[in-house]
Write a protein that binds this ligand. Structure first.
Ligand code: MUC
Ligand code: MG
Length: 378
């Protein structure tokens, strides 16, 4: 039985293609933690842990993910049979409370290692893909309506995306609605328009907001109010026709259960990282499915490894009515993978090959790793 020999983490800072303006932060760089697990038989598994906007989006940061893995997860998994992923996940959740992104990164590397040893894909371990191409949204978040319109037109013309998610919540509600309306008018019925408020509105702002968004033909509003305000979210879900999606409110199966029991949202943004791993992500999706709640594959704006991991899982779900936003690698100026994930015909394509189906480009990692020695050629 291959044992877990070593768990290595590397912080990598990747510049974004433009400022990505969210209600809580503007991202000029995306920092990710790469995880490589080395097993006693020589096999290796890859994982990724990625947060958004330092600590402004959630409680984990790139630095805290690295510390959680190096200091608290690696020692308790040392020497464990590498095939026993359920045992490893259980040990991790007993040793480390919270920190779902760190646990997901390690679990991902265990799945990659196991699938590679078996010569199959991670999707295969989850019962096999039911699809290999998935609709993929692009986030318009340049902070400027005109720039967003140009970007949307280009995405439509190149057939890369016809689903746009607009990041709002930073400006007064009226200004945000005018911004969304300008984009809605510019693209007409060629695209689905959705918005993500990232918890920025109070309940009364949200009531005006949802009414306005509904009137201008927006399809969906994501996490309009604070993650903990589940009852208030339900009042919005019940009060308007526009679909309401829960995102930050879903930190694993327990939150999913509470949200589904009250039917507080119409759609779940399922994120493997926020759920605490692929297995728990699958549980969140199963709860949604059992409750008749729509599914959407969310992202923490991961680079290629984390995005591939999500694709492996979401390719196996019988229904994914709202598609995905697994576009993370496209937001960064450089790609970490030897063979980048393919985006074409308004879809993201499941990488093929064993494990996650991806390998790292060592030159790019060497050039962008945070601990790179100045002057040492990367
Ligand atoms: C979020 O809240 O959904 C997804 C796309 C994007 O631009 O930010 C993320 C996070
Ligand atoms: Mg969101």
């Amino acid at each position: 039985m291959p044992k877990i020999d070593r768990i290595e983490t590397t912080l990598v800072d990747l510049p974004t293609i433009r400022g990505h303006v969210l209600s809580m932060a503007t991202m000029m760089v995306q920092s990710i933690v790469l995880v490589e697990i080395r097993f006693s038989d020589g096999s290796v598994g890859l994982g990724e842990g990625t947060a958004i906007g330092g600590m402004s989006y959630g409680a984990e940061s790139p630095e805290s993910i690295k510390v959680a893995i190096d200091t608290y997860i690696a020692p308790v998994l040392d020497g464990l049979d590498g095939d026993r992923i359920n045992t490893a996940a259980d040990i991790m959740s007993r040793a480390v409370k919270g920190n779902p992104i760190a646990r997901c990164a390690v679990e991902t590397a265990l799945w990659d290692g196991l699938a590679r040893r078996l010569g199959v894909s991670v999707a295969h371990l989850f019962g096999g893909p039911v699809r290999t191409a998935m609709p993929v949204a692009w986030t318009l978040a340049s902070g400027n309506s005109e720039t967003d319109i140009l970007e949307a037109r280009e995405m439509l013309e190149t057939r890369r995306h016809d689903i746009f998610k607009l990041k709002i919540g930073k400006r007064p509600v009226r200004e945000d609605i005018a911004h969304v309306a300008a984009i809605r008018d510019a693209v007409g019925d060629r695209a689905s328009i959705r918005v993500d408020v990232n918890q920025a509105w109070s309940l009364d702002e949200a009531r005006w907001g949802l009414r306005g968004l509904q009137e201008i033909g927006v399809d969906l509003v994501e996490q309009p109010i604070g993650a903990r305000h589940m009852r208030q979210l339900k009042s919005l879900t019940d009060g308007y026709e526009i679909a309401v999606m829960a995102d930050e409110a879903l930190q694993g199966p327990e939150d999913a259960m509470a949200c589904a029991t009250d039917r507080a949202a119409d759609v779940f943004a399922v994120k493997i990282a926020q759920s605490g791993g692929l297995k728990k992500g699958a549980e969140v999706a199963a709860i949604a499915r059992a409750a008749g709640i729509g599914l959407y594959a969310g992202t923490m704006l991961e680079a290629g490894v984390g995005t591939a991991a999500a694709l492996q899982l979401f390719s196996t779900l019988p229904s994914l009515a709202w598609g995905t936003e697994l576009f993370g690698p496209l937001l960064m100026k450089v790609d970490l993978l030897e063979r980048p994930i393919r985006y074409a015909d308004f879809a993201v394509h499941l990488p093929d090959g064993p494990g996650l189906g991806v390998t790292l480009n060592p030159d790019v990692v060497a050039q962008y790793r945070r601990d790179r020695q100045p002057g040492v050629p990367g």
